[in-house]
Ligand binder design. Structure first.
Ligand code: ADP
Ligand code: MG
Length: 320
C-alpha cells in the first residue's frame, strides 16, 4: 500500500465528515462483504415515544407509569426517557395528587398511595433487558416480560394473557413493549415506538446495490427486529442479543469467513465495533466507541456510511 494513496483517502473522508483512525482502516474496509447494523440509535433515532399503556385489570395507566418512572428516572436508556416523559406529562395533567378523592379517589388503593412521589432506592440497570429499584421499599422491575417474570422467583405464576397479548400485538406493529412489575404484581405493559432514521432506507438500498450483505443486530425481540428489517430490506436479523453477546455475533460471522463491518452508536456495542474487521461508530457516540472504532462518522446520516465504504473501495483501487 502506498501511504500517499491512503492519505488522500483520509483527506477526502475528512471533507465528508468521516474520521479515519489509522491507515489500516480504509484498506481493510475495501474487502468488506457484510455490514452489521445495530438497531437502536443507529438505524433508528433512538428517541422513543410511548404509544400505549395497558394496565392490569382494575388498574389505571398512572398505577403503571408512576412506579415505572420512579425506576427509570435513574436510567439513561431511550426506553427510560420515554417512560419518564409520559409519566411527567400525566402528572402535569392530573396534578401531583388526586386531591380529596370524590369520584377519582375511590378507584383503587394504589392510586391514592401512589399520589405522593414514591421513595426510590437501590437502582440497578439490568443490562440488555431492563431496570430495577426498590420503590417504597418493594422491588419494581421494568423490562422484557419474560425476564421480568423470571426475575421474581417467589411468584412463578403463569404470565397473564392480557400482558402477552398486549406485547405481541405491539411488537408485531414494530413497537417495543416492556412490562412493569412491583412487589410481585404485574402492573401493566408500556409500549413505545422509535422512528427509523430518514436516511436509513436509501443507505441500506445502496449497500445492497454495492453487493454487501446486511445484518440487523439488536437486543429487541424478533418481532420488532423483523418489522424494521422488512421496512428497510435488510437481509438477515439477529435479535434478542444481549449487549455482551454482540461481539460474539460479529465473531461468528467472521468465523463463517465473512469480512464484517459493524456499525453502531457505541451504546452496548463497543466490543462488537472492536471485534469487526471494520468498526464504524455513528454520530456523537460514546468515548469507548471512539476508541473501539476504526472509522467515526461525525454526521448522524447513514448515507455517509455508504460514502465511507465507497471511498474506501476507491482508495483500495488507487493502491492496487
Ligand atoms: P438495542 O440492542 O436495540 O440497542 P438494548 O440492548 O438497549 O437494545 O435493549 C434491549 C431490550 O432490553 C429493550 O427492548 C427492552 O426490552 C429492554 N431494556 C433495556 N433497558 C431497559 C430499561 N431501562 N427499561 C426497560 N427495558 C429495558
Ligand atoms: Mg443500541
Amino acid at each position: 500500500a502506498t501511504p500517499t494513496a491512503l492519505m488522500v483517502g483520509v483527506g477526502r473522508a475528512g471533507q465528508l465528515g468521516i474520521l479515519v483512525k489509522g491507515q489500516d482502516a480504509l484498506e481493510s474496509s475495501g474487502r468488506i462483504d457484510t455490514v452489521v447494523l445495530d438497531k437502536t440509535g443507529t438505524l433508528t433515532t433512538g428517541r422513543m415515544a410511548v404509544t400505549d399503556v395497558v394496565p392490569a385489570p382494575g388498574l389505571t395507566p398512572s398505577d403503571v407509569l408512576v412506579p415505572a418512572a420512579a425506576v427509570e428516572r435513574s436510567s439513561e436508556h431511550p426506553i427510560a426517557r420515554a417512560i419518564v416523559t409520559v409519566a411527567d406529562d400525566l402528572t402535569a395533567l392530573t396534578g401531583p395528587s388526586t386531591s380529596s378523592g370524590t369520584e377519582e379517589g375511590s378507584r383503587t388503593d394504589r392510586s391514592t398511595t401512589m399520589a405522593e412521589p414514591p421513595h426510590v432506592t437501590d437502582f440497578r440497570a439490568l443490562l440488555g433487558w431492563g431496570a430495577r429499584a426498590l420503590v417504597d421499599g418493594k422491588e419494581c422491575i421494568v423490562g422484557r416480560l419474560d425476564t421480568v417474570t423470571a426475575a421474581s422467583p417467589t411468584t412463578p405464576e403463569p404470565v397473564e394473557g392480557w400482558a402477552t397479548d398486549a406485547i405481541t400485538s405491539a411488537e408485531r406493529a414494530g413497537a417495543v413493549a416492556v412490562a412493569v412489575r412491583h412487589d410481585g404484581t404485574l402492573l401493566g405493559v408500556v409500549t413505545m415506538a422509535d422512528q427509523v432514521k430518514p436516511s436509513a432506507q436509501s443507505a441500506v438500498e445502496k449497500l445492497k446495490e454495492m453487493g454487501l450483505r446486511t445484518v440487523l443486530l439488536t437486543g429487541d425481540s424478533e418481532l420488532v427486529a423483523n418489522h424494521v428489517a422488512a421496512q428497510l430490506g435488510i437481509d438477515e436479523v439477529r435479535a434478542r442479543v444481549l449487549p455482551d453477546e454482540k461481539s460474539g455475533v460479529v465473531q461468528s460471522l467472521r468465523d463463517e469467513g465473512r469480512n464484517v463491518a459493524m456499525v453502531g452508536d457505541g451504546i452496548n456495542d463497543s466490543a462488537a465495533l472492536a471485534t469487526a474487521n471494520l468498526g464504524i461508530a455513528m454520530g456523537q457516540g460514546t468515548e469507548i466507541a471512539m476508541k473501539s472504532a476504526d472509522i467515526i462518522i461525525v454526521r448522524d446520516d447513514l448515507r455517509t456510511l455508504v460514502d465511507a465504504i465507497q471511498l474506501s473501495r476507491r482508495t483500495i483501487s488507487t493502491i492496487k
